[in-house]
Design a binder for this molecule. Structure first.
Ligand code: TXA
Ligand code: MG
Length: 373
């Protein structure tokens, strides 16, 4: 049977229309002092309604002109993203918040001056200036000012706010390098600004300021502890620290409903004290090995020597959660490249950046969590 076609009983062949393939251009730039000519090439593509992936300090984003509904629709298509899940709108000038949002609470000023530019996304009531598709028909909008020089230069040169979800195919681990983007989206987007690996490695924290008290919808690069220092009272949405699948009706952020961060391999997270985790991971690795499947163990420096499996990879020291966060998505992708069938992953602390790491890991595992002593 021909590729991309379905055969019906009566031998009729229905061809599926694929999005037209594009030539994806790779534009390599210095991460700190990006070549302005290359940024302008990318900005021109954005202004014409095209799609450009670019580095931020968290993960790579896939950008489109946030005020151009056609461009934003193309963004959803390229990523195969469900259209009920809106992207974050990226800005480089605080004044844009007042064009894009309404009913901005006084706490927002404090948060913006403390954490912007940086890995914090704020959710406000939307303004009517924003096309419906950009906010997926919601009454709110998610906005952030990224810290990466390439991202800021691209927004400035494009002269528009840039809608940008993470630049991965929907459901896959977020990209922390230009190569990850290329592997997922080559032929589906116009260009990639390659500014090297990203520094933080997990996405921004999403904080809903359209409710009082403020509510964390997604833990990320700005730790909860840092937000509490400024705001005092911050609530965590139950999905944030969930250890099992929660009913979809409880989702407040559309992203909570959708499958996320999943590599091709099945992921199992083992949580508990270090000695108990060590025993449990060994036991699981052994039992999967006996089933004849290719086993990967995702571990930390403290225990990496203890495991014998087909592929063993360390996230770094479990006492340096910034490094663990930086490596998480890259390692999940690397296990897929190695072709393992199952990834047995050690859990880490949920303090600081650990909350974001464990949220991603538990989701990647589809909440297949094993508690060890
Ligand atoms: O670090 C990041 O945030 C990266 C970089 C590229 O900036 N972006 C990113 O975007 O992670 P994305 O689209 O993969 O995740 C955006 C999250 C989703 O969970 C989405 O549901 C949520 O933000 N979101 C967007 N608009 C929202 C809104 N109005 N209300 C609640 N949640 C919203
Ligand atoms: Mg994403």
């Amino acid at each position: 049977m021909r590729k991309n076609s379905f055969k019906f009983k009566e031998n009729r062949v229905l061809r599926i229309r694929q999005p037209r393939m594009k030539q994806t251009v790779m534009l390599k730039v210095d991460s700190q002092k990006p070549d302005i000519e290359k940024v302008r090439v990318a900005a021109k593509i954005i202004r014409k309604g095209g799609l450009v992936a670019f580095p931020t300090e968290t993960v790579y984003g896939l950008g489109a002109d946030a005020l151009n509904p056609k461009a934003v629709l193309a963004l959803f298509k390229a990523k195969k993203r469900p259209i009920d899940n809106p992207p974050i709108v990226h800005i480089e000038n605080i004044h844009d918040v007042y064009r894009l949002a309404e009913q901005i609470p006084p706490t927002a000023d404090q948060l913006m001056s403390e954490f912007w530019p940086g890995p914090l996304t704020l959710v406000f009531k939307r303004s009517k200036n924003v096309p419906d598709v950009t906010v997926a028909g919601l009454s709110t909008i998610a906005i952030r000012m990224p810290q990466h020089p390439v991202a800021l230069a691209l927004i400035r040169e494009s002269k528009c706010p840039i809608a940008a979800p993470s630049a991965n195919l929907a459901g896959k681990p977020s990209p922390t390098s230009a190569n990850h983007v290329f592997n997922d989206l080559n032929g589906r987007i116009d260009a990639i600004l390659d500014g090297g690996p990203t520094r933080i490695g997990v996405e921004s924290t999403v904080l809903d300021l359209s409710v009082d008290p403020a509510l964390v919808l997604r833990p990320g690069g700005t730790p909860l502890e840092a937000l509490r220092k400024i705001l005092g009272d911050v609530k965590l949405h139950p999905f944030v620290a969930a250890e099992k699948e929660l009913p979809i009706e409880k989702a407040r952020s559309p992203g909570m409903k959708h499958k996320h961060y999943a590599p091709n391999a099945q992921v199992i997270v083992v949580e508990g004290s270090i000695p108990a985790v060590l025993v449990k991971v060994k036991e699981l690795a052994e039992s999967y090995k006996l089933k004849g499947v290719k086993v990967g163990v995702m571990t930390t420096d403290e225990t990496v020597e203890a495991y014998r499996a087909d592929v063993v990879k360390s996230l770094g020291s479990r006492f340096n959660l910034a490094v663990v966060a930086q490596n998480l998505f890259r390692l999940l992708r690397e296990f897929d490249t190695e072709g393992v069938d199952v990834i047995i992953a050690e859990g880490v602390s949920t303090e600081g950046l650990g909350l974001a790491v464990m949220n991603r890991l538990r989701k990647a595992a589809g909440y297949h969590i094993v508690k060890a002593g």
